[in-house]
Design a protein around this ligand. Sequence first.
Ligand code: ASP
Length: 902
Amino acid sequence: MEFWLILLAILGLNRVQGQIYGGSSYGAASGQAIRLGLITDDETDRIRQTFEHAISVANNELSVPLVGQTEQVSYGNSVQAFAQLCNMMQSGVGAVFGPAAKHTASHLLNACDSKDIPFVYPHLSGNAQADGFNLHPHQEDIANALYGIIKQFDWSRFIFCYESPEYLAILDHLMTLYGIKGPVIKVMRYDLNLNGNYKSVLRRIRKSEDSRIVVVGSREGVAELLRQAQQVGIMNEDYTYVIGNLDLHTFELEEYKYSEANITGIRMFSPDQEEVRDLVERLHQELGESEPADNGASTITMAMALTYDAVRVIAETTKHLPYQPQILNCSERHDNVQPDGSTFRNYMRSLEIKEKTITGRIFFEGNVRKGFTFDVIELQTSGLVKVGTWEEGQEFEFKRPAQVINFNDIDDGSLVNKTFKVLISVATKPYASLVDSIDTLIGNNQYQGYGVDLIKELADKLGFNFTFLDGGIDYGSFNKTTNTTTGMLKEIVEGRADLAITDLTITSEREEVIDFSIPFMNLGIAILYVKPQKAPPALFSFMDPFSEEVWLYLGIAYVGVSLCFFILGRLSPTEWDNPFPCIEEPEELENQFTINNSLWFTTGALLQQGSEIAPKSLSTRTIAAIWWFFTLIMVSSYTANLAAFLTIENPTSPINSVEDLADNKEGVQYGAKRTGSTRNFFLTSEDPIYMKMNEYMTNNPSMLLDNNQDGVEKVKSGNKYAFLMESTSIEFNTVRECNLTKVGDALDEKGYGIAMVKNWPYRDKFNNALLELQEQGVLARLKNKWWNEIGAGVCSAKSSSDGPSELGVDNLSGIYAVLAVGTIISIIFSIFCWCIFKKAKSYEVPFCDALVEEFKIVIRFSENERALKSAQSVYSRSRNSSHSIESLKTDSEENMPPEEAD
Ligand code: ASP
């Protein structure tokens, strides 16, 4: 009905055109050539090129040549297409090839049928009854092939995903084939009406228990579905796709090659066939198309192949059946038909053609093409590979060629959308740790750290996906003798993980079984120990400003200069004075520079004090001046240095080098991480010091700890324990633990790398990306972030608040001691040497009596006067056993001890 409405609408147009062409409605087509019309809506011009190429190939062996006439129409524009068909009829077309748009093709088919013009439709037809000439395998045969494949897979359930109702015929036939004991089939439609967004359907598939999917639909629809399946995350090793579209070989499958998803499909021809290669060459010449890569794929679509084959069938038919198409008028008032049209079409269907076709053997049973075979193809890393042949009536069986994994081929493959399992150690900050969050985190979101960020940066660059797995604290080693691996190494070697990133050191031993990326960080083994403690100030720290030699020379100078004063004083006449100035002609002269006075003068000058002694002669004044100058400089220097020496802390550590550690200096014990490269360094070293340390650690297994964090805790506890750890980890910990520090230089030099399976094909790409990150400063930024920003700054804040510290008694105890000792000495002098002892002796009283008496006078605080003592009274009283000396002596100077006068 619809068709006739359109036909009526077009008739007016035909009348106009009829007027333009004029002439009679009937007549033979010009010349002997048979005109073939192509009404195409393909904007790429590939169908037209194929059509023309097929005609030129066919004409090589035809006596009556074929002539092609192509009309381009807009997709889905039936009105325009019909107008073009009318034009063709009016030029005496012998057969018409229809466009891809289904409705348009259907209209043209009906129009051609009514005029007995063979109509070729090179697409899957939903209408088996149509009288067109269709070389496309019927839906039932596609169902038969899918049935054979699914049976081989031995599925008990699967999802049947179809694009539009016309594909339900395939499902229908599949269910017929299975009967009542078939697998569970879940049917889902991915609808073009959803604007090409199939993700909701795909998400439902992801959430369902099914992972086996049969997909049927148009070339564009199926290709888009696969693309979105990858975005939704169901294009991986857990999923199997069986594609019921014969154009699978033209899909862009590069992205799925390494997804490990199983994609199986069917095709009718191989890209290696001569006809296909010729056609590709023609497209290359005419359209400048590049040759496709030799990976089992082809750019030749089923529509092109069937167009080519249809021309071939027509050409073959013309060899057997003379055909002279007539000019027709497509007006509704003319019921003229192509006289030999239906005969020609029927003859086409009766032929069997085995050669020079693209899609293989051609023969028909009724309207349906039969006798062909399908290549069953499977996507592998090398591209599409033929894994069997399906033939009607035969049980299908996979015949996979032995798979040769050529890493060199894969090497060129990109990492885009590949998914890798990456091992991390969540107990090793800052490389990886669990995110603190009140929400329950799942998947990769649970982890943070330097290693996590670095993998994310690499993934951004290279386009791969990743899943983090906790690999524990054992990074692993390889035992050459037993040929066994442990820890993370084992996981990689046995294929349970693809990569490992943590503080994993690149070692030659590990390199034997796995590969490493270039180093992303450099380090060496060093010693972690508590910061040196402040040394307690020395008793005589006030002497520190001068060295021992300076003090010694100062002493010598003091004594020497004092002696000079004594000698020069004696030599110089000016220093000899009259002791009794009232006596003008004294018999004796006296010199002020006695030994005592000389010493006293130099002492006064040295301590920046004065004395009553004044040098008078030139020589004594000269030496006095020089001594004052000397003491000025000495005292200034001492004062300047004293402040610094009293306030500077001199921290001391029992260990300052690895040698100290090896000697267990001051009882310091040490250890390392029980497994890993640090321990291995000592186990394999031939240096005597490290061998000694290895022996110590082997004999003291309790010194070896499970991980670095335990080591840090043990050092912090302050029990004279040092931990051998890698410098980067030490750096991380010393920024956060203010009482810890690194002791000495690194013992070796090495680097951390990302571990990967041996001969991993993407290693170069990884290394390039790492180098780029290094050059762009990303590695430095990440290091700064995880070392100096997150969780750091504790120690620097504390030290900046430290002001100058006050001096304690400890700092000045020496001075107090000197004061005390000086005082005691003066008292002792006073008691024993000069005062009491001499008094007792002089008055001939017992020393104790004299001492008591003097003590009594001392404690009489209110009295500042005392009576002079007489020897007689003292003597008599002492004989009377009197304990007090009361008798007063008259003013007699000679009884007084000389020192008292002083
Ligand atoms: N980086 C070391 C390793 O790779 C571990 C350690 O000793 O801290 O084994």
